[in-house]
Design a protein around this ligand. Structure first.
Ligand code: UN1
Length: 513
C-alpha cells in the first residue's frame, strides 16, 4: 500500500516549485535559466530546476578538487561506512523516491521502487568492496626486490545519466567511485532533473552528518552544453556516460582528444532466441516484460525475438494473447502494466518506427497507437506493438526507445539464430530460451552471443547489480556496477622496492660506473 501522495513525497524529498540546480553538497547555486520538468503521467508541471552556468561549474570544480585532496586520504573502509549510511537513507526514502521516479519518468511504481532497490543493493555491494580494493603482488626478477601494485583514487568522476534510469545509474557510479576515494559531479538527464535534486538532498544529509567537506557529491543541470563542460575538462579524468550511441560517440571523442577516459553505456538492440525446446510460458513472461517494461525504454529492453519456425505460430499466438491482457495507464496505479513514454518526442519516434516497419515490408501483428481521452491527457501513452519483420530492415537495426517488438524467424540450427542475434551494431544484452544443453553452451561460447550480457532461460532486461553491466560494439564497451567494474574508478600503480645495497638493473643490463 502507498503511504502518501505525490505532494507529500515531493515535500519529503525537499523538492520545491523552483529548485536550485547546482550543488556541491549543502551549498546550492541558482541561475536565471530554468528547466521545467513535466510529468509524462499527467502532463503537469512537477517543478523546475535552474541550470548550471560556466561560473557555477567553476565553483563546483573547485569544491570537488578541494574535497578530493582530503577524501582520497580517508581509509577506504571508512568511505565504505559513508556509503553504508547512504544505503540506510535510501531505505528510509525508498517509497517517496520510487514514487518520484515513477511520476517524473513514467515507469511503474513497482519499477520505481525496484530502481531504488538497485541503489540500496549497489551500496551494500560497495561497502563490502571497500575492504577489497585488491592489487596483485608479483615476484621480481631481481634479488632482494619486491613488486606489487596498488589502486589509488582517480580524482573527479563526471557522471552523465539518462532519463530511463534517473537514479540507479548515478548510484552504480557514485557508490563505487566514493569507496574508491573519488569525488563525483553528476549531470542528470534534463528530462528528469528532479530525481537528481532529490538524490543530492539525500546524500547531502549523509555528508553533513559526517562533517565531510563540500564537493564529494556535486550536481550540475542543463542540456548537452553543460555535459560538455565536463567532457572537455582536463580536471575530470573519467566521464561515465549513459545514453544514445550518438551521444556516446561525442563524449568519447571529446574525452579521447584530451586523453581522458570515458565509460560508456549506450544503446542496445537486445534479442531473445526462442529455440524449439523453449519453455513457452517462461518465454512469454520474459519477452513481454522485456518488451513493455519501462514502456520499452530500458537499454536492456527486448527488441527482437528470434523464433524457430517449428514453434513460431505457437509463440506468436501466446504473445498476441498476452498483449491483449496488458493494461496501459497511470504507472502509479499498480493495476497497470505499462505507463507512458517519456515525452511526445518519444511518441513521434514510436509512430515513425511503426510506419517504417510497414514501409519496409513488415507485418503488424499487434497494432500500436497513441491513447487519447481521460487519463491519457499527457499524450505520452502508447499501445505496445508487435511486428513481424526481418533482421536486415533498417528500423530493426535501429534502437527505438519504445514498446515495439519485432518477431524474426529462423529455420536452421542455433548457429543461424546466433548469427541473426549478433547481426546488429549494438551488443548489450541477449538471451536464449532452451532446455537443450548444446544450444545453451553454443550460445555462451566464444562463437556465441557477442553481447556484454548473455542469459539462458531469462529475458534480456533486469540484470542484477552483482555482475558487470555493459556491452560491446556500439554499446560502448564500458562496464559498471558489479564484479570488478570498480577498477575503472581507480588508477593503478606498479611499485618495485629494492631492499638490498646493490642496484641490479632489470633485463640483466650491465651499467658500471
Ligand atoms: C538501463 O536501461 O540503462 O538490467 C539500465 C536492467 C536494469 C538496468 C537497466 N537493471 O534492465
Amino acid at each position: 500500500a502507498q503511504q502518501f501522495g505525490m505532494t507529500e513525497a515531493l515535500e519529503i524529498l525537499g523538492i520545491k516549485t523552483l529548485n536550485q540546480g547546482t550543488s556541491t553538497g549543502s551549498n546550492w547555486f541558482s541561475s536565471n535559466e530554468k528547466i521545467d520538468s513535466f510529468s509524462p503521467v499527467d502532463g503537469k508541471l512537477v517543478a523546475s530546476v535552474t541550470t548550471t552556468t560556466p561560473q557555477d561549474y567553476e565553483k563546483v570544480m573547485q569544491a570537488a578538487s578541494e574535497a578530493f585532496k582530503t577524501f582520497r586520504l580517508m581509509p577506504a573502509p571508512k568511505r565504505g561506512e559513508i556509503v553504508r549510511q547512504f544505503g540506510e537513507k535510501l531505505r528510509k526514502y525508498k517509497e517517496p523516491l520510487g514514487k518520484l521516479v515513477s511520476y517524473e519518468m513514467g515507469k511503474s511504481y513497482q519499477e520505481g521502487l525496484g530502481e531504488v532497490q538497485e541503489m540500496i543493493d549497489i551500496c551494500d555491494f560497495a561497502v563490502g568492496l571497500s575492504r577489497q580494493l585488491h592489487g596483485l603482488t608479483m615476484h621480481s626478477e631481481r634479488p632482494g626486490h619486491r613488486m606489487y601494485e596498488q589502486y589509488h583514487p582517480l580524482g573527479i568522476v563526471g557522471i552523465i545519466s539518462a532519463f530511463n534510469f534517473p537514479v540507479a545509474v548515478w548510484s552504480w557510479n557514485t557508490a563505487l567511485a566514493w569507496i574508491c576515494g573519488d569525488v563525483c559531479v553528476w549531470k542528470p538527464s534534463e528530462k528528469t532533473p528532479l530525481c537528481g535534486v532529490a538524490c543530492q538532498n539525500i546524500i547531502a544529509e549523509v555528508l553533513k552528518e559526517n562533517n565531510l567537506p563540500e564537493g564529494i557529491s556535486c550536481l550540475i543541470n542543463g542540456d548537452y552544453k553543460v555535459g560538455e563542460m565536463m567532457t572537455h575538462d582536463k580536471r575530470v579524468p573519467l566521464v561515465s556516460a549513459t545514453g544514445s550511441t550518438r551521444m556516446g560517440k561525442i563524449v568519447a571523442q571529446a574525452c579521447a582528444a584530451r586523453l581522458g577516459n570515458s565509460l560508456l553505456e549506450l544503446g542496445g538492440n537486445n534479442a531473445i532466441i526462442v529455440t524449439p525446446d523453449a519453455d513457452i510460458k517462461m518465454t512469454v513472461i520474459g519477452a513481454v516484460f522485456g518488451a513493455v517494461g519501462t514502456a520499452g525504454q530500458r537499454c536492456t529492453s527486448t527488441r527482437r525475438l528470434i523464433i524457430h519456425e517449428s514453434i513460431y505460430e505457437k509463440v506468436k499466438e501466446a504473445l498476441v494473447s498476452a498483449y491483449g491482457q496488458l493494461r496501459i495507464g497511470n504507472p502509479l496505479d499498480q493495476n497497470n502494466h505499462v505507463g507512458p513514454l517519456i515525452d511526445t518526442h518519444a511518441v513521434e519516434m514510436y509512430n515513425k518506427a511503426l510506419e517504417k516497419v510497414v514501409a519496409e515490408g513488415g507485418n503488424i501483428l499487434v497494432k500500436g497507437g497513441v491513447l487519447q481521452g481521460e487519463g491519457y491527457e499527457s499524450g505520452c501513452y502508447v499501445k505496445p506493438a508487435i511486428a513481424e519483420a526481418q533482421n536486415h530492415f533498417e528500423i530493426v537495426q535501429h534502437e527505438t526507445f519504445a514498446p515495439v517488438l519485432y518477431l524474426l524467424k529462423y529455420s536452421g540450427d542455433v548457429h543461424e539464430a546466433i548469427a541473426i542475434q549478433n547481426g546488429v551494431a549494438q551488443g548489450l544484452s541477449s538471451a536464449i530460451m532452451t532446455n537443450n544443453l548444446r544450444e545453451a553452451e553454443a550460445f555462451l561460447s566464444h562463437a556465441g552471443s557477442d553481447c556484454g550480457i548473455a542469459n539462458v532461460n531469462i529475458g534480456t532486461s533486469g540484470a542484477e547489480i552483482g555482475g558487470a553491466f555493459g556491452g560491446e560494439k556500439e554499446t560502448g564497451g564500458g562496464r559498471e556496477s558489479g564484479s570488478d567494474a570498480w577498477r575503472v574508478y581507480m588508477r593503478r600503480q606498479t611499485n618495485t622496492i629494492n631492499y638490498t645495497t646493490n642496484l641490479p638493473l632489470a633485463q640483466g643490463i650491465k651499467f658500471d660506473l
